[in-house]
Design a protein around this ligand. Structure first.
Ligand code: ATP
Length: 372
């Protein structure tokens, strides 16, 4: 079993706590992605699992064995870095075979493993070439091949695609996912790119300032972020955040954004989240993703009524082909709508925007935690 467990793992560098009391269970055969902005502790977490960084406190287990004092070479892991780290003077075959030769594997087995990995990665015809005769994508495949031949229990990957151009990155993303399906091995993958995280991860860990914010599958993370940081980090363009006040009028609760909007919270939501009533009379943050806003002048999936409408001026129009991004503003509020390509909204127009109320989020303004 190649499950990896972090128990209260902390890493301190002088006065910087890079990873703070991390608890995490990575399941056997899982593709787990660590994501977060620069400096949040992703690489340090990975390096502690690899044994390249000493652990200040806590325990790391691989396959139910505590490995804190096990040297990297004995951890049954293989790491793939962003700079590939290929030996320039060796051809592809020797680069891939190197680790096995060091470990004194029989020649025949080395050949068999290298050829098999080369076939999986589609680089059989490159085995005689030197790294400088390869493209970036091919080099990355060789780096992966070198890890695959070791047949490790766990693959650790630190931004392995970040040196590739955008198109190749998309292609390699899909290839890595296929590779994981084929190899059925545990993968821990570090990236700062939320799209990579969303498309590749079985589960995603969002980190900020050394603290784990949320661990969930991609859709849960997208639909049910636990706080404003996760809500804003996952999704592009980012979720809109609009300051407003929660007001009670009659028997209804409203998100009141002064002149700009007055959105009624549906009964379903109140029933599911009765604690929202604790916020009556208080400032809250209304969160809505750009795709959950609709140009009210065209037919949309939601019925447009006063209670789900925002009035706004169009500041910028960005046609994307299949849809249009509208940069909208009213008073102090600015937000983005991802509306249907049929929209004829133009810069300077005052338009009505319909809100899909089943997709709304409300956050506590002080703690930034999600209320719903
Ligand atoms: P990036 O995406 O930029 O690689 P990251 O999320 O991987 O960032 P880490 O490299 O894990 O972040 O760094 C976490 C924190 O620890 C940062 O504040 C960093 O400056 C600090 N740090 C990392 N390595 C060291 C070190 N060897 N000595 C001192 N501080 C370090």
């Amino acid at each position: 079993m190649a499950n990896v467990t972090l128990k209260n793992v902390t890493k301190q560098f002088d006065d910087v706590v890079a990873v703070n009391e991390a608890n995490l269970e990575i399941r056997d055969k899982e593709f787990l992605v660590l994501v977060g902005p620069s400096g949040c502790g992703k690489s340090t977490t990975l390096r502690m699992v690899a044994g390249l960084e000493e652990i200040t406190s806590g325990e790391v287990e691989i396959g139910d064995k505590v490995v804190n004092d096990v040297p990297p070479k004995d951890r049954d892991i293989a790491m793939v870095f962003q700079n590939y780290a290929l030996y320039p003077h060796m051809n592809v075959y020797d680069n891939m075979a190197f680790g096995l030769k060091l470990r004194k594997f029989p020649k025949k087995e080395i050949r068999q493993r290298v050829e098999e990995a080369a076939e999986i990665l589609g680089i059989e015809n490159l085995l005689e070439r030197k790294p400088k005769q390869l493209s970036g994508g091919q080099r990355q495949r060789v780096a992966l091949g070198r890890a695959i031949v070791r047949e490790p229990k766990v693959f650790l990957m630190d931004e392995p695609l970040s040196n590739l151009d955008a198109k190749l990155r998309v292609q390699m993303r899909a290839e890595l996912s296929k590779l994981h399906d084929r190899l059925q091995t545990t993968v821990i993958y570090v990236t700062h790119d939320q799209t990579e995280a969303m498309t590749m991860g079985d589960r995603i860990v969002v980190l900020k300032d050394g603290f784990i914010q949320q661990v969930d599958d991609p859709l849960t993370l997208y639909n049910e972020p636990v706080n404003m940081f996760v809500a804003g980090f996952i999704g592009s363009p980012a979720m809109n955040f609009l300051n407003c006040e929660l007001k009670e009028e009659g028997s209804g609760l409203y998100l009141d954004g002064a002149e700009s909007f007055k959105i009624k919270i549906t009964e379903d939501i109140i029933e599911e989240t009765p604690e929202i009533k604790d916020y009556i009379g208080k400032e809250v943050v209304f969160g809505i993703r750009p795709e959950d806003l609709h140009d009210a002048s065209i037919k949309s999936d939601i019925e447009i009524i006063d209670e789900n409408t925002i009035h706004a001026e169009v500041e910028v129009v960005e046609p994307m082909g299949s849809e249009i991004y509208l940069y909208l503003a009213h008073n102090d509020h600015s937000f983005i709508g991802r509306v249907d390509a049929e929209s004829t909204a133009d810069v300077g127009d005052n338009i009505k925007i319909g809100v899909d109320r089943s997709k709304m989020h409300v956050f506590d303004k002080e703690t930034e935690k999600a209320i719903f």
